[in-house]
Design a protein around this ligand. Structure first.
Ligand code: UD1
Length: 419
């Protein structure tokens, strides 16, 4: 199993280009099932989760082609399998995103239940309830969701809690349904907007996206498209925090700062000088120790849960006491046990972590437990004294493109080791 060896203490500086967003690319790839015409996509990040989604689409009969510039072409004209098997779904929950498109275009889908996940139960009841309201027959047997419909119809669907992939699945299903669908309490994440822009590019009729109520008027069929995927705000946020913890100075290019407002506010509160342009962000800690910042995770435009672990690492060496509240997922504090191994002073009480900043973390062997937890550990290791070994880094390869290469480009000292 591969590991990362990180020698802490290097101050990060320099420039990086942000990659395409995993959480925008995954639903858009699933959305390509909605059309029989060719879909061309730019800015697809090279990540394990993307490879998993492509394997899933290929297993259904989608033709997948990369050109020499790594642009992707998808041809879903002839689909002959309507199943997302357990082996693929268990490694990536986002596989559930094929349910809406398959059901809407072909009237049938069989998708494995995602099962348990390292960051909490993460059910899919909203996806199922929404599709049922649109006329789908859905039963669960032997660990699979079996869904069928003659033709989905529009409906008014109100989520009791904001769900990103839930909103995306219903939005995709509604594009080819009969009539009008309204999603209430919809997710407003930039990746939801990116999916809607892509679908509208294919000829869908989606309006009010970015608000908490989205309207979709169903159309008979969709066209092809040439679309560039949004850049990854979570990758960008992760590198900004990495620079902050090392008291460094970096500039990130190809990123819309508006999508990172909540994160930028917290970095400024931590003492960073932030400058932004249309498509760049720079951070300068001026060599200073960060100040502790309280965090409460919330749906967008609130502070993203996918940045919580990174800020736990930052707070563990900041001056003062921070209260971090995780309101989206239960059990998303697994990185904290590992941060303890590096000397961090953190108390957990249910969904709250109280972090007392210490002078310096010390290197230790630690284990990545999920994608963003791994990012938190890398950030901690960059500031720790000594050589940290992070095990089970397959989690990080799911969502960060060439992370050690990019951090080394900024002056970090990271090597990948096998065995
Ligand atoms: C997506 C992101 C993930 C991010 C999360 C929250 C993708 C591929 N993943 O995950 O990186 O951490 O949003 O921003 O985009 N819930 C239910 N029933 C459901 C669905 C969700 O109870 O049917 C609950 C969840 O348990 C959780 C909350 O709703 O407590 C939000 O989850 P959701 O937004 O659905 O997360 P994902 O879409 O899976």
């Amino acid at each position: 199993m591969e590991k990362l060896k990180i020698i802490g203490g290097e101050r990060l500086s320099g420039e990086l280009v942000v990659s395409g967003a995993k959480n925008a690319a995954l639903p858009i790839l699933a959305g390509s099932l909605l059309t029989s015409k060719i879909v061309s996509l730019k800015n697809i990040p090279q990540l394990n989760d993307i490879a998993t989604m492509l394997t899933l689409l290929q297993s259904m009969g989608v033709k997948v082609l990369f050109d020499e510039k790594m642009n992707l072409q998808l041809d879903a004209a002839s689909i002959d399998t309507f199943c997302a098997p357990y082996d693929l779904v268990k490694t990536m929950r986002a596989s559930i995103l094929v349910l809406g498109p398959l059901l809407s275009r072909f009237g049938q889908a069989k998708v494995s239940l995602p099962g348990g996940c390292a960051i909490g139960a993460r059910p899919v009841n909203f996806h199922v309830q929404g599709l049922k309201a649109m006329g789908a027959n859905i039963s669960v047997a032997d660990g699979y969701i079996n869904a069928s419909a003659d033709k989905l119809h529009g409906a008014i669907i109100e989520f009791s809690k904001v769900s990103v992939t839930g909103t995306q699945n219903i939005m995709m299903a509604a594009t080819l349904a009969d009539g009008k669908t309204v999603i209430k309490n919809a997710a407003r994440e930039p990746e939801v907007i990116d999916l809607a822009n892509f679908l509208n590019n294919l000829g869908a009729k989606i309006t009010d996206v970015g608000n908490d109520q989205i309207t979709i008027i169903g159309v008979d069929s969709l066209q092809g498209s040439n679309y560039e995927i949004l850049s990854d705000r979570i990758e960008a946020g992760t590198y900004l925090v990495a620079a902050a913890i090392t008291r460094g100075k970096i500039k990130l290019k190809k990123i819309n700062p508006n999508n990172l407002e909540a994160v930028i506010l917290k970095l400024v509160e931590a003492g960073a000088i932030i400058e932004v342009g249309d498509d760049w962000i720079s951070l300068d800690m001026q060599g200073k120790k960060p100040k502790s910042v309280d965090i409460k995770t919330l749906p967008h435009p609130g502070f993203p849960t996918d940045m919580q672990a990174q800020f736990c690492a930052l707070n563990s060496v900041a001056s003062g006491l921070a209260v971090v509240e995780e309101t989206i997922f239960e059990n998303r504090f697994q990185h904290i046990n590992e941060l303890h191994r590096m000397g961090a002073s953190i108390e957990i009480d249910g969904k709250i972590a109280k972090i007392k900043g210490i002078k310096q973390l010390t290197a230790a062997p630690v284990m990545a437990t999920d994608l963003r937890a791994s990012a938190g550990l890398i950030i901690a290791a960059l500031a720790a004294k000594g050589e940290t070994i992070i095990d089970r880094i397959y989690h990080i390869d799911r969502g960060y493109e060439r992370i050690e290469e990019k951090l080394n480009q900024l002056g970090a000292s990271i090597t990948r080791e096998s065995g």
